[in-house]
Ligand binder design. Structure first.
Ligand SMILES: N[C@@H](CCC(=O)N[C@@H](CSC=O)C(=O)NCC(=O)O)C(=O)O
Length: 294
């Protein structure tokens, strides 16, 4: 399939609400690892996200959005993956949001690690109890995306998305549903078929009212019907992953027959689900995205 020359045309309305407050800034690999806070119109709460900005930022740079997994904030990826070395070498801006709305209280939002706080699942909830705030799908593809253009010098033709576990699911779903926004997609140990696993059943019933309603946020279902530009998706999986058999089901996604999607499947014997695994292979993901943009 190879790289495609797709010109992205997007209209971005930038409002005065898109201003950011810097929470922290640390020099890292000839760039800065920053954390920003802002008022989210979509989630109706204050949110934080990470932004790694390489030096020599005269021309517009490519950008990768990284989506984290269950229980994470923006800090896990920043502190544990070691991505800054590769973002600096490849001159890529990296934006990584939090995993759910924060600073609000909804009854039941802190009862388990896999639902509510830290478990937004990158969808727009429709159940009345959750639908006012739990809108991580729109937060990423609308608000964060615009905010990125409003505040950083970003090249709209070189935007990719990647993530881990729940965030790998998010990267696949947001990437395949929005090929005009994302040129490249990769995922570490993603939840590939959430309508067929306990994590997915729980969140779809809770946020959407039924498992069936979750099909629109299920990468395997989306891949079956995908009709956008050809995509080569990097799917990375540790073979000693403690969640592999029950929750992740890469085999279901890999067996989808759609000539428009090819999977570059990289299985990693002896690696588990942790950030030690991610840190080992993060450099390959940067290379994959950069090659996809050529
Ligand atoms: N606490 C839970 C497991 C939580 C967990 O492993 N979270 C992963 C993502 S899992 C899928 O989305 C993670 O990224 N954790 C953060 C980290 O820094 O490792 C349990 O006890 O089973």
């Amino acid at each position: 399939m190879g790289a495609q020359n797709i010109s992205v045309s997007i209209t971005i309305n930038i409002s005065s609400e898109m201003s950011l407050t810097e929470v922290s800034s640390n020099r890292s690999f000839n760039g800065y690892q920053k954390v920003y806070e802002h008022k989210s119109e979509v989630l109706k709460c204050q949110m934080k996200f990470g932004a790694y900005i390489p030096d020599e930022h005269d021309s517009a740079l490519p950008v990768l959005i990284y989506l984290s997994g269950l229980t994470c904030t923006e800090a896990n990826f920043i502190d544990k993956s070691g991505f800054q070395r590769f973002a600096s070498e490849e001159k890529v801006i990296v934006i990584n949001p939090d995993t759910s709305p924060r600073g609000i209280k909804i009854d039941g939002d802190d009862e388990s690690y896999d639902f509510g706080t830290g478990a937004g699942f990158y969808l727009n909830a429709t159940e009345p109890k959750w639908s006012e705030h739990y809108r991580m799908y729109s937060y990423v593809v609308e608000e964060l995306y615009k905010l990125m253009f409003a505040n950083f010098k970003v090249d709209a033709n070189r935007v990719g998305i990647f993530g881990h576990s729940m965030g790998g699911h998010g990267a696949l779903v947001l990437g395949l549903r929005n090929p005009n926004l994302f040129r490249s997609i990769s995922a570490f140990a993603p939840i590939c078929n959430p309508t067929n696993c306990p994590w997915g059943h729980k969140v779809f019933q809770g946020y959407l009212g039924s498992v069936e309603a979750g099909s629109q946020y299920d990468a395997t279902e989306i891949a079956k019907n995908y009709d956008g530009p050809e995509r080569n998706v990097l799917l990375d999986q540790g073979l000693d992953d403690q969640f592999l058999k029950e929750q992740l089901h890469p085999e279901n996604l890999l067996t989808v027959k759609n000539p428009k999607i090819k999977f570059d499947y990289r299985s990693r014997p002896k690696y588990n689900h942790s950030y030690f695994y991610i840190a080992t292979f993060i450099g390959e993901h940067f290379k994959f995205h950069v090659d996809s943009w050529k």
